[in-house]
Design a protein around this ligand. Structure first.
Ligand SMILES: NC(=O)C1=CN([C@@H]2O[C@H](COP(=O)(O)OP(=O)(O)OC[C@H]3O[C@@H](n4cnc5c(N)ncnc54)[C@H](O)[C@@H]3O)[C@@H](O)[C@H]2O)C=CC1
Length: 383
């Protein structure tokens, strides 16, 4: 989830924040070594915790570091940091993380940092890390405990339909074992039975339905264990696990402004959910969808998007095919408009999101009207 800076972010850095940022700057060039050493310490000292992590640790290593960097960056921005840590704490329930694991992780983290940031390490630095880690982990523990009262740590969901739309894109429908509340535009984490403890993000491809079924669009990517299993191996009857819904790319039904939606490739999934959401709320707000794909055959969901367009006079769907027009999605959007009074929703590969944000800002769409999931989340989505 993107971390929104709050007003307090302009305050001068505290003494602890200065020491922590100094450590992070010191380890930045050797970050891989530090995270490997951290996990080595953890698994040697506490072998019983190895079972909480996936067999292959590549993505996991990056995630720990990103979380640390994000926390260090926002250390003096309490409101933003607390929101981020609460999400992280809730998200860790599905891994089986318990309150007593946090001090153990903290000791190994400080062990790894003191080893690799020896040049700037001092008793004051250590004390700053202990204080920061204790406060941050307590926020995660409290959020997880609150969440436990409200929802399960994960849901089982049975695959009901599996439709191969192109040689590498499948549309799956699943039935959760208990009610699964979410909002159109959100995403979840998903684990397959073939790669235990390897979780990947997927957006819901439809608004909440009365029969409780959920839909996902999955593209098999070359080194993507989860995506390849979902596309080429999953069949009706298989049972997957789902984490809690997350994400803030949702429709504000208190306003009636237009929605400008850019969906690139399987990024069309949450856009379709948003369209259904607007339709269900009976609002007559304009929704303009630009659906980008590399080739005609990659537009795997165009028939159902055009079906929605026929059913709803307030909706327009424009396919943008790279090969045919020699231009990409953001260029096409620039040619239409102006987009005054519209909120923009972007979903697709990280490069598309970045260049669409630039294009929209360039034609005067204010940043606060541009919504998308954090690019770091999209990077590990769908592997
Ligand atoms: N919530 C979200 O933001 C979601 C994101 N995704 C992500 O969307 C991606 C979809 O991948 P594919 O279907 O293989 O898409 P793709 O690589 O085939 O590209 C789809 C469209 O994006 C455009 N595009 C790609 N890179 C661009 C760039 N640098 N600048 C401008 N336009 C660019 C292409 O021209 C094409 O129109 C995955 O990375 C997936 O993780 C998927 C679902 C939801």
């Amino acid at each position: 989830m993107p971390v929104q800076r709050s007003a307090s972010a302009v305050e001068p850095a505290s003494a602890d924040a200065v020491l922590i940022r100094r450590t992070m700057a010191e380890i930045a060039p050797i970050a891989d070594k530090v995270t490997s050493y951290f996990y080595a310490l953890l698994f040697v000292r506490h072998p019983e915790l190895r079972a909480l992590f996936p067999a292959a640790m590549d993505v996991q290593r990056d995630r720990l570091l990103k979380a640390l960097l994000t926390a260090a960056e926002h250390l003096d921005d309490t409101a933003a940091l607390v929101g981020y840590l609460r999400d992280l704490g809730r998200g860790h329930r599905k891994y089986g993380t318990r309150a007593e694991h946090y001090p153990v992780l903290g000791e190994c983290l400080i062990g790894a940092l003191s080893e690799y940031a020896a040049a700037v390490w001092s008793p004051e630095t250590e004390a700053a890390w202990v204080r920061a880690y204790t406060t941050m982990s307590q926020t995660m523990i409290d959020a997880a405990a609150m969440d436990e009262l409200l929802s399960p740590a994960w849901w089982h969901a049975e695959v009901v339909t599996h439709e191969l739309r192109t040689p590498d894109v499948a549309v799956l429908t699943v039935r959760p074992d208990q009610p699964y509340p979410f909002l159109a535009g959100q995403y979840t984490s998903l684990e397959t039975p073939w790669w235990p403890r390897v979780w990947r993000h997927y957006s819901f491809a439809s608004a909440p339905r009365s029969d409780g079924l959920l839909t996902f669009h999955v593209k098999a990517v070359p080194a993507g264990w989860v995506s390849r299993a979902l596309v080429h191996r999953a069949r009706p009857g298989d049972v997957i696990r789902l984490g809690s819904p997350v994400g803030s790319m949702t429709v504000d039904h208190k306003t009636d402004g237009g929605l400008l939606c850019l969906g690139g490739g399987t990024g069309i999934a949450p856009i379709k959910a948003l369209v259904e959401d607007v339709a269900e709320h009976g609002a007559r707000r304009r929704v303009e969808v630009f659906y980008g794909a590399r080739t005609e055959s990659d537009l795997y969901d165009i028939d159902s998007m055009l079906g929605l367009q026929r059913a709803h006079p307030w909706l327009s769907v424009r396919p943008v095919i790279d090969q045919r027009a020699f231009r990409r999605l953001p260029d096409a959007v620039r040619e239409y408009g102006p987009w005054t009074g519209y909120d923009a929703y972007l979903s697709g590969p990280p490069g598309m999101i970045r260049s669409s944000v630039d294009a929209l800002r360039g034609i005067g769409v204010p940043s606060h009207r541009i919504r998308h999931d954090a690019v770091e989340e999209v990077l590990v989505a769908g592997d």
